[in-house]
Design a protein around this ligand. Structure first.
Ligand code: IPD
Ligand code: CA
Ligand code: CA
Length: 275
C-alpha cells in the first residue's frame, strides 16, 4: 500500500506525538502509587501531545484551521480545510494506567471528512483511511464484521456522564441492547471504538454527547471499511449531532431500531384511559 502525501503528513504528526505520550504513560504507571496521583501530569501530557501535532500539521499544511480538544477552534486562512484533533482519547484509561488510548486526527474538507488517522501507541496500531481509498491498520485492509445476527454480536457503547440528560436514556438503551445482543463493552476511547468497528472487532457501537475530535477520523474509517454510520436517530450527520451509531449494514439497522424502541414513551392501557 502506497501512502499518499496527505497520509504521510498525518501519520508522521501522530507518530511524533505518540513518542511523547508513550513516555508519559510510563511515568503515569509510576505515579499511580504516589499520593498526589497522576492527574496534573496527565493534563500536561495531553497538552504536550497536542502541541506536537499542531506544529507538525501547521508546518506541512499552512493555513488549515483546527478544532482542537485543548486549544479550541483556530480559524485558518484556508476556509475549506480543518483538522479535528484529539491528542489523547481515552484519558481516564491513560490516567489509571490502562493501556487503551489513542491519538485521533481527522481532516474536514468543505464540510466532509476526507481522511482520518487513529494511532494506538501501546499496541502500535495505526488505523488510516482516505475517502475512496479504503481503510487500513498497519497496511492491512479493513472490513467491518460480516455477522448479521444481533444475538451473536458484540456491541460497544459509551456512558454519558451521570449528570448529563442523556444518562437515563442511555440506561434504557443499555438494558434493551443487553437483552438481545451477544455482549456489550465499554472500552473508554471513542476513537478506538470506531476503529475497532472498522476492523470487525466490534459489530456495532453507539454513543451520545461526543465531540467532533472524538469521531471525525473514526467516521471515515468505518465508512471506508464498508460500514454504516449515522447518529443515534438515524440521521446522516453525526459530526453535527455529536452522537453516533455505526456497524455493518444489518447490525447497524437493528441497533438503530432497538435504540428507537427503547426511547419510546411507555403507554400502558391504564395510562391511556381517561381519568
Ligand atoms: C472520552 C472517551 C470516552 C467517551 C467520552 C469522551 P477523552 O474522550 O472517548 O470513551 O465515552 O465521551 O469524552 O476525554 O478521553 O478524550
Ligand atoms: Ca482527549
Ligand atoms: Ca476524546
Amino acid at each position: 500500500m502506497i501512502r499518499s502525501p496527505l497520509m504521510t503528513v498525518m501519520t508522521d504528526a501522530v507518530i511524533k506525538a505518540a513518542r511523547s505520550l508513550k513516555r508519559d504513560f510510563g511515568e503515569v504507571e509510576n505515579l499511580q502509587v504516589s499520593r498526589k496521583g497522576p492527574g496534573n501530569f496527565v493534563s500536561a501530557a495531553d497538552h504536550r501531545a497536542e502541541k506536537i501535532i499542531r506544529e507538525a500539521l501547521e508546518k506541512a499544511r499552512p493555513g488549515y484551521g483546527f478544532v482542537l480538544e485543548e486549544g479550541g477552534v483556530v480559524e485558518g486562512t484556508d476556509a475549506t480545510h480543518r483538522w479535528h484533533v484529539d491528542p489523547l482519547d481515552g484519558t481516564t484509561n491513560f490516567l489509571h494506567g490502562i493501556p487503551h488510548f489513542c491519538i485521533s486526527v481527522g481532516l474536514e474538507r468543505e464540510g466532509q471528512i476526507v481522511a482520518g488517522v487513529i494511532y494506538d501507541p501501546v499496541k502500535d496500531e495505526m488505523f488510516i483511511a482516505e475517502r475512496g481509498k479504503g481503510a487500513y491498520v498497519n497496511n492491512r485492509r479493513l472490513r467491518v464484521a460480516a455477522r448479521r445476527d444481533m444475538a451473536d454480536s458484540v456491541i460497544y457503547c459509551g456512558l454519558p456522564h451521570f449528570a448529563r440528560p442523556a444518562h437515563p436514556r442511555f440506561l434504557l438503551e443499555l438494558s434493551s441492547v443487553m437483552a438481545v445482543s451477544g455482549g456489550v463493552r465499554r472500552m473508554g476511547a471513542a476513537a478506538l471504538d470506531l476503529a475497532y468497528v472498522a476492523a470487525g472487532r466490534s459489530d456495532a457501537y453507539w454513543e451520545r454527547d461526543l465531540q467532533t475530535w472524538d469521531i471525525a477520523a473514526g467516521i471515515i474509517l468505518v465508512r471506508e471499511a464498508g460500514g454504516f454510520v449515522t447518529d443515534c436517530e438515524g440521521g446522516d450527520d453525526p459530526m453535527a449531532s455529536r452522537s453516533i451509531c455505526c456497524g455493518n449494514e444489518a447490525v447497524h439497522r437493528e441497533l438503530l431500531a432497538i435504540l428507537r424502541q427503547a426511547n419510546r414513551p411507555v403507554t400502558t392501557a391504564a395510562a391511556a384511559r381517561p381519568a
